[in-house]
Design a protein around this ligand. Structure first.
Ligand code: FE2
Length: 200
């Protein structure tokens, strides 16, 4: 991957007003610009886009970008635990997205993508963005151990262009509040990881 093309891609990611607002909200919650979760979220979006292109799946890019940016925002809820952070994430995202003039269907798909991204089973029925976020998060969080149909050299370029520094520490810091549950969840997700993007 040409890294300057990826950087232009990051700018494309922030072009719409809705996407900009989601990025601002993530930065406000994290208390930092371009922190580990923001970089993870950007990589997740690019992986979603790549998987969609490779499998010839049409996605709503703005819904996908907003879902990717907000999918881990629940980690920053003061009352969140590993068990409930997905629900907190959905609620926080809803407050942000309700200010957009989105249809009920787009809002539902974005919020489902956030809440269901640790499900063990495919979520195509909830929408392509929902399942692609689940798969992309798995690829990035596993450091590319799970690659699906992605080319390893493309993934390495992505990890170089948007570095992974601090991600494990950040996830561990937030997951300590519910470590046993998070660990069980992570093992379950990895054991159920698909080898390919299988679109019904
Ligand atoms: Fe994530």
């Amino acid at each position: 991957m040409d890294e300057s093309a990826l950087n232009r891609g990051v700018h494309r990611l922030t072009l719409s007003d809705s996407t900009k607002r989601c990025l601002e909200a993530l930065r406000e919650a994290a208390g930092v610009d371009e922190g580990p979760i923001e970089r993870h979220s950007a990589r997740v979006f690019f992986i979603m886009e790549r998987l969609a292109t490779q499998a010839s799946i049409r996605i709503d890019r703005e819904v996908a970008a907003c879902a990717a940016l907000l999918h881990d925002i629940g980690l920053y809820e003061p009352a969140a635990s590993a068990r409930f952070y997905l629900r907190h994430g959905r609620d926080s995202a809803q407050e942000i997205i309700d200010a957009f003039s989105w249809s009920d269907e787009r809002t539902r798909r974005c919020l489902d993508a956030i809440e269901l991204h640790h499900r063990l089973r495919p979520q195509w029925n909830a929408g392509a963005e929902v399942e692609l976020l689940r798969l992309a998060d798995l690829v990035d969080a596993s450091r590319g151990v799970v690659t699906l149909d992605l080319d390893r050299s493309w993934l390495r370029s992505l990890f170089r262009a948007i570095d992974r520094r601090g991600l494990q520490r950040e996830l561990l810091r937030h997951s300590l509040r519910g470590a046993p549950c998070m660990t069980r969840g992570a093992i379950g997700i990895l054991l159920n990881a698909p080898r390919r993007t299988v679109h019904p």
